[in-house]
Ligand binder design. Structure first.
Ligand code: SF4
Ligand code: FE
Length: 491
């Protein structure tokens, strides 16, 4: 089997014995849990798109020659990199959420190329191990959690200097047939919804941090792996009986968990780095570069929906013809397409790695993500400006639907709500409510994790990109250009 559809994917999760905790309790039926299920629906969309839009959603594997889901593909050209960004925009448009599966795609491409170069220098066999693992991933159409971010403890200290060494994932023990790992990864996007985890180091490391220089794969339900589910703003609205409009986005959502490795045994065949600290920087840089490219697709797709929702809110309020509204929508579009341009540009300028797959232009990918740390915030500000204060002061869905009589003439709560929140006469008040709740969800509610804070901190916080921009920006080369034209001969 090479391609699953969304339903098959959801069924495949039911077979896992993943240990997850939410609100201090173990959740056994997590696939159907109201807080978790929207994030599963989102990943399911990455499976369905392989059938509904095969040009973007699928690819031919260079390893097996079979048709596979693009989320398990090794990029074979700049065109593949462009298709990835287009696919992410499309899925952002379909879900208005983080569909999670890109972390695995970015991880497999980074680990594939890095293991090749580790083997070249150290005579190891990680690349072969990884190719075998990836063939299984492609053939079984698995979702992979690309796991990079460690809790990191005291930020002023290296891994080996930490009081509690568990704050970075490390090799606790080497055995003849594998390694035992201990530690945790936090903010793990889509981790519970993944079949396997692909762990990478979180920072460039030196010799003293050798035991922390580790990359490996393990199933999500392996012995010793636990997840503690991250909560999101307004998440308990999903637990309310019959909730619909108040959710804003009923079907889709994102997910992050804290993933704990409590002495997990990893057989040799799933180990892709074990002590080669000199390649930690390369693996981190490549994964981060791919994920910074990704944001030029996914956040743009979500931005398309936000712009559409803001335009609808204006229409429902009866102000869509005002020039100030039109200008705000133009500004939002300009910001959104600027992010997309960066995602496409860093893909077009991609180049081949020694291992044969393609990677993005690192400078342009970092510029892309730097813009993403800012523009969604401005887009959301403009959307809130257009929507008006009702977005956050409106009574609940239950009030709008209530038939409790409270007025002197028997008026119900629902009648009052509907009477006083009418705007454009041609629009149902319920539709006005729906679009405002959708905007609330994405600006301040559970989807704000994916659209705002993740835009800031996901794939590295703004300063991480600025460091890369300073490394890649070639200021010396630019000085030479200026000197030449200005007639300065000083070397
Ligand atoms: Fe994919 Fe975007 Fe979510 Fe990252 S933030 S996993 S790129 S949808
Ligand atoms: Fe992300």
């Amino acid at each position: 089997m090479s391609l699953m559809n969304g339903e098959q994917y959801i069924e495949s999760l039911r077979k896992l014995k993943t240990k997850v905790y939410l609100f201090g309790e173990r959740i056994d039926d997590w696939v159907d849990h109201p807080i978790i299920r929207p994030s599963i629906n989102c990943v399911a969309a990455t499976y369905d798109v392989a059938f509904s839009d095969p040009e973007l959603g699928s690819a031919i594997s260079n390893l097996t020659g079979e048709k596979i889901n693009r989320f398990t593909h090794l990029h074979q050209s700049s065109e593949d990199l462009v298709k990835k960004v287009k696919l992410q925009r499309l899925l952002g448009q379909k879900t208005a959420s983080c569909f999670q599966r890109c972390v695995g795609l970015d991880a497999i491409n980074a680990v594939f190329s890095t293991t090749y170069e580790i083997d070249e220098k150290h005579n190891t066999e990680y690349h072969k191990n990884f190719v075998d693992f990836l063939k299984m991933v492609q053939q079984e159409d698995l979702t992979i959690d690309g796991a990079m971010t460690d809790p990191k403890g005291d930020r002023s200290k290296a891994p080996h200097q930490q009081k509690d060494q568990d704050v970075f994932v490390r090799i606790k023990e080497k055995r003849p047939d594998g390694i035992v790992v201990r530690g945790a990864k936090c903010h793990q996007t889509g981790s519970l919804n993944s079949h396997w985890h692909l762990v990478m180091p979180t920072i460039a490391m030196g010799e003293k941090d050798k035991e922390f220089a580790v990359s490996f794969a393990c199933p999500s339900d392996v012995d010793g792996l636990y997840m503690i589910y991250g909560r999101q703003s307004c998440d308990t609205r999903k637990m309310e009986k019959d909730s619909d409009i108040d959710l804003g986005n009923k079907k889709y959502g994102g997910q992050e968990t804290l993933v704990i490795f409590d002495d997990v045994f990893i057989p040799d065949q799933y180990v892709f780095m074990a002590g080669e600290y000199d390649f930690t920087g390369m693996m981190v840089e490549r994964f981060a570069g791919y994920h910074r490219q990704s944001y030029g697709g996914c956040k743009v797709g979500v931005g398309d929906v936000v712009i559409g929702a803001a335009a609808l809110a204006a229409e429902f309020n009866g102000i869509e013809k005002a020039s100030a509204i039109k200008d705000k929508l133009i500004e939002m579009t300009h910001l959104n397409e600027t992010m997309y341009s960066c995602g496409i540009a860093c893909s077009c300028e991609g180049c081949q790695t020694k291992a044969g797959n393609y990677q993005i232009d690192l400078l342009l990918a970092n510029i892309c993500k730097q813009n993403v740390t800012r523009f969604p915030y401005e887009i959301v500000r403009l959307a809130e400006d257009i929507a008006g204060g009702l977005m956050v002061t409106m009574p609940s869905e239950k009030d709008f639907k209530s038939d409790m009589s409270i007025g002197k003439n028997g008026e119900t709560i629902g009648e009052y709500c509907n009477k006083f929140f009418v705007a454009n006469e041609n629009v149902d008040t319920e539709d006005r409510m729906r679009i405002l709740r959708f905007l609330e969800n994405i600006c301040l509610g559970s989807a704000a994790v994916g659209y705002r804070t993740e835009s800031l901190h996901g794939a590295g916080s703004p300063q991480a990109q600025r460091i890369m921009i300073s490394r890649q920006g070639n200021i010396e080369g630019k000085k030479c250009l200026a000197k030449k034209i200005a007639g300065i001969s000083q070397k």
